[in-house]
Design a protein around this ligand. Sequence first.
Ligand SMILES: *Cc1c(COP(=O)(O)O)cnc(C)c1O
Length: 437
Amino acid sequence: MSETLAIYGGTPAVDSSKVVNWPPIDEIDEKMVMDALHQRTQSRGIHNLEFEKEFAAWNGNQYALFTNSGTAALHMCLVGCGVGAGDHVLVTAYSWSSSATCILHHDAIPIFVDINPETFLMDPDKIEAAITPRTKAIIVVQLHGLCDDMDKINAIAKKHNLKVIEDACQAHGALYKGHKAGTLGDCAAFSFNQNKCLCCGEGGMFVTNDKDIYDAAAKLWSFGETARPEQNRDYHAYALGWMYRNNEITAAYGRAQLSKYDYYFKTLRGNGEYLLENLKGTPNLLLPYEPEWATHNWYNFNLRIDFDKLGITDPQEQVKFRNAVAAALKDEGTGASVWQRFTLPEMTVFRAKNAYGHGYPWSIPGADEGVDYSLEKFPNALAYSRKYISLVKTLRAPNGLDIAEQVRDGIVKVFSNLDQIDPERINAIVEARKKKK
Ligand SMILES: *Cc1c(COP(=O)(O)O)cnc(C)c1O
């Protein structure tokens, strides 16, 4: 079956006029936001306090603090866990940059661990070899909305007396053996930016069940103070702090979205399961999988090109071909894109071993001992970064199975016609469009 791909002028597989943009907004959002706008208090009022309570109750955490980003919540996790200058913190080799730069901001050193090639998550079997005498914590990124094998990781952490921080920024509602992401370690960070399954424009949530971790994190969150802004403050800096709070209007929007989350989750699960089932057998396409321990939230439904089968071995050729396939999929209306193109150890801030200038924090005496960012150590992360394509927002509510079916058709169309993929030609088309803009 040969069809003209949309990128070459054919008809797109997806009727984009039927796809609703993320996030869907209704009268609940409007009412909540207008309420916040008109109340006297616009910071640390009822919406902040209720959002924290509601999120904690929904997720199963004792404590929650609403922040202005997921990255801020990650910083709070590090200080909550007592990570300090010269400590080592383990983190996956493939994630968003702030999963690892949050470590540098606390003057500590990221130690990367390669991913498992099937889950794309930190490989628990490679953790112990990465532990050094300075290691204090492990940041487990529940990437794409899939939880890592937490029993294994928590057992290693216990044996070596390490704290476990969850980067749950993509994992709202994802489960590990029936337990929610954000309840699986010592503390966790969620993000509510617009890409995430739960969003409020920009924002995040720090969660924990540990009072001491909570108190330390709370100081960092608001100027090093110990009293919440809604309490009697003494305006005394008890520790180093930032201003990581968020406002009432954003909190009200977050509460409105949270009230609809169970429907969002079900819809996305349904679409993910549909694709998983109905893309089976597509030529040269590797599908994600759900390990027996996990309930994926399908934040990101990943497609991988089977380069072994295609016989494309050169890394640069792989990247060119992948980018062309992603552009073709995008033009079919699937919403496909390429997310993080680099592994973390490839990023300049780590390669240069310089964050705060003068080589700091690696220049702390002894801190650089046993630190090795040689790329040969991360073959799975590198291979993954070259062959994956992500599907993110198109599969979200209210887009249901009718859209998922069209997305499936678009994917099958492109992967059944890979002989039409001409990276040079597609690159020229994409570049010409950019110039027109
Ligand atoms: C989005 C994201 C973050 C950062 O969240 P922000 O709210 O954008 O600061 C951190 N880690 C991961 C894995 C993310 O996807």
